[in-house]
Design a protein around this ligand. Structure first.
Ligand code: SIN
Length: 344
């Protein structure tokens, strides 16, 4: 397999990323001579469920192949950020990504935004049953339209809302510029609350909050804490209003060239890493919340059931927005799955 850095790249950003990757490859290879080097790029800190999962995958692959397959992990948008990572993958400049499910709409796969529907999932267990069932598989089948292959789903957790004023009722969102991921469903959610959605890359969000380009945002607490957003947001509401999860994806070209025995090792290592990630996701978010509480930078608001219900009612129109965007058949499929997987 050709090293990624030798493949033709079109954009300056991609060239910079490839140059960084080439540098890291040289350093790594000084002590080992892997036959295959896979580059895994992501946008979050290493101390998040995704960061830890990527590192665990690397360790497992290298152990199980005795270093014949190496995995280089580039966290924190060090190689590519939200804007260019999918393109980098399609061009072969990286081999593995784990974008949030909210980031597939921008490459023509808006049906992944089903998972952005607010107040829809009762638990992470339920989401896992859905991603592990026929709907999760159908979504992965669609990735081939973009030359991609889906290798596994995993969780971060549920999102919370932050700003420099308390967000307890729909009125509190009026006029706020809220940073969002590039998802039509999340944009509709923010509009339904009276806020103005602003799409920004994850790596740019903390600075945009600090400089006042945006007023608030939503994320699970582990992302909020590890990006230092608590230093620039005075209020966090524990709304648990929406899910944030990921799909590990690669490009078909790479998988067509790998030996079946290598594919088996990679798939098993990934399965193990994702089980580990799902096991620790809740703990990472709880730990980040404890650290946030101790830091006293940000007031943490627990919503009453009535306050949460008012938010839920305010975002009801989002289902229609999604049905228009991706077709009502996907909503119907989701409804079926929600019934099949409900614990109640
Ligand atoms: C991530 O967890 O990968 C980033 C989520 C975001 O962009 O808000």
């Amino acid at each position: 397999m050709k090293p990624c850095a030798t493949l033709p790249l079109r954009r300056r950003g991609l060239l910079q990323g490839a140059a960084l990757a080439a540098l890291c490859t040289t350093q790594y290879h000084a002590h080992a001579r892997p036959a295959i080097t896979l580059r895994f790029s992501h946008v979050v800190s290493e101390a998040t469920p995704k960061g830890l999962a990527a590192n665990r995958f690397k360790v497992l692959v290298e152990q199980r192949t005795e270093g014949r397959i190496a995995v280089q992990v580039f966290p924190n948008s060090a190689l590519y950020g939200d804007r260019d990572e999918m393109q980098a993958l399609q061009l072969g400049a990286v081999d593995l990504l784990a974008p949030s499910l909210s980031k597939f709409g921008r490459i023509g796969l808006p049906e992944f935004e089903l998972f952005d529907l607010p107040f829809t999932f009762e638990s992470l267990t339920q989401v896992r049953r859905i991603t592990g069932g026929p709907l999760g598989q159908q979504l992965f089948d669609g990735l081939s339209r973009q030359g991609l292959i889906g290798l596994g789903y995993f969780d971060n957790g549920f999102k919370q809302m932050s700003a420099n004023r308390p967000l307890l009722a729909p009125e509190d969102f009026a006029g706020l510029r809220m940073r969002i991921q590039p998802s039509g469903v999340i944009a509709a959610q923010m509009r339904a609350l009276g806020a103005r959605p602003i799409t920004l890359g994850f790596g740019e969000t903390r600075d945009a909050l600090a400089s006042g380009v945006v007023d608030g945002t939503e994320n699970p607490v582990s992302n909020f804490w590890t990006q230092g957003m608590h230093q620039v947001q005075r209020h966090l509401s524990l709304t648990d209003h929406g899910y944030l999860g990921y799909a590990v994806v690669s490009h078909q070209r790479l998988w067509q060239h790998l030996k079946p025995s290598d594919i088996a090792v990679l798939q098993q290592a990934l399965r193990d890493a994702l089980v580990f990630a799902n096991d620790i996701a809740d703990r990472q978010n709880d730990q980040a919340l404890a650290q946030l509480r101790a830091s006293q930078t940000t007031r943490i608001h627990h919503l009453t059931p009535q306050q949460r219900e008012r938010l839920r009612l305010a975002v009801q129109p989002v289902q229609d927005a999604l049905a228009q965007r991706i077709g009502p058949q996907w909503i119907d499929r989701l409804k079926l799955e929600l019934t099949r997987t409900s614990s109640g």
